[in-house]
Design a protein around this ligand. Structure first.
Ligand code: G
Ligand code: G
Ligand code: MN
Ligand code: NA
Length: 253
């Protein structure tokens, strides 16, 4: 309860901040987007989401936190656009409870309208787990989100599903390969069969594919060879404060 009260106040006091982790096109090497990742600046310590998102989910605080994150992500992303000659997208994570909340489509629509960010530059990330809970309801909500012009990515792809059939019914634009699969690409001769299969599945469904957790040059080379579309990970950039991400965009060739 103590932490719940704290978290509630944190939102009101502006103690939540977004970090941004860059995402790159594998073929061209271009910076193409960033994933927004929330942090709690609690008395000088940056608390990672794993320590408070579960509580926020349980208590329902995730809904106002999510509304704030959507608005903040859109505002920041708008500030990146003048510095590059191609669009740079922002991705925002939505947890299962947010996806099921009645006002989620309105919250996304409001964030776009209030910020002025073109809707095509906003991407919503949801985990497979959120979709599997109630596939029909999720599909309906995702369809309404896409009707706004935003895109939808399935996060942690490959670890959460119980059946592949849901993939055919689901209106999504992109899969993000879970980093546990990328971690298995540790060197020449390593087993890349699952990564290959996930990339092939995305391509045959005409869905984009992003690798998460890219930590080594070897992994990046493998992903390029396997025709993965985009990459994200510590090798290419850690999650960073908004000011640092803006500086990265400003000095990008
Ligand atoms: O930044 P870090 O790797 O610690 O993030 C861990 C997880 O926390 C992410 O994979 C994501 O699922 C979750 N997360 C981060 N930011 C947000 C957010 O703004 N909203 C929600 N719902 N989850 C988030
Ligand atoms: O949404 P998701 O839970 O996938 O959020 C991504 C999380 O993964 C963030 O917490 C981020 O800090 C973390 N992350 C990002 N890149 C890497 C990486 O290359 N390696 C590892 N181990 N974690 C990463
Ligand atoms: Mn994510
Ligand atoms: Na992920």
């Amino acid at each position: 309860l103590l932490m719940e009260n704290d978290l509630h106040r944190a939102l009101e006091r502006g103690e939540l901040v977004l970090y941004f982790q860059p995402q790159f096109d594998c073929r061209s090497g271009r910076l193409v987007g960033a994933e927004a990742l929330v942090r709690w600046n609690r008395a000088g310590r940056l608390v990672p989401p794993a320590e408070f998102i579960p509580l926020a989910e349980e208590t329902g605080l995730i809904v106002p936190i999510g509304t704030w994150a959507l608005g903040e992500a859109c505002r920041q992303a708008l500030s990146w656009q003048p510095h590059l000659s191609w669009p740079v997208r922002v991705s925002v994570n939505l947890s299962p409870r947010q996806l099921e909340a009645a006002g989620v489509v309105d919250a996304v629509a409001d964030a776009i309208a209030l910020s002025g960010l073109p809707p095509t530059l906003l991407e919503i990330e949801i985990t497979e787990g959120a979709v599997v809970r109630d596939t029909q309801q999720a599909a309906f909500t995702l369809q309404r989100l896409r009707a706004l012009g935003v895109s939808v990515a399935i996060d942690d792809f490959g670890v959460g599903y119980s059946s592949l059939s849901y993939l055919q019914e689901l209106p999504v634009d992109k899969f993000k390969i879970d980093r546990s699969f990328i971690a298995r690409l540790h060197g020449p001769g390593s087993d890349d069969r699952l990564v290959r299969a996930l990339i092939a599945m995305a391509h045959s469904l005409k869905v984009g594919i992003v690798a998460e957790g890219v930590e080594t040059p070897f992994q990046l080379e493998q992903l390029k060879t396997l025709r993965c579309d985009e990459a994200q990970g510590f090798l290419l950039g850690r999650p960073m404060p908004a000011s640092e991400f803006l500086a990265l965009v400003e000095r990008w060739p």
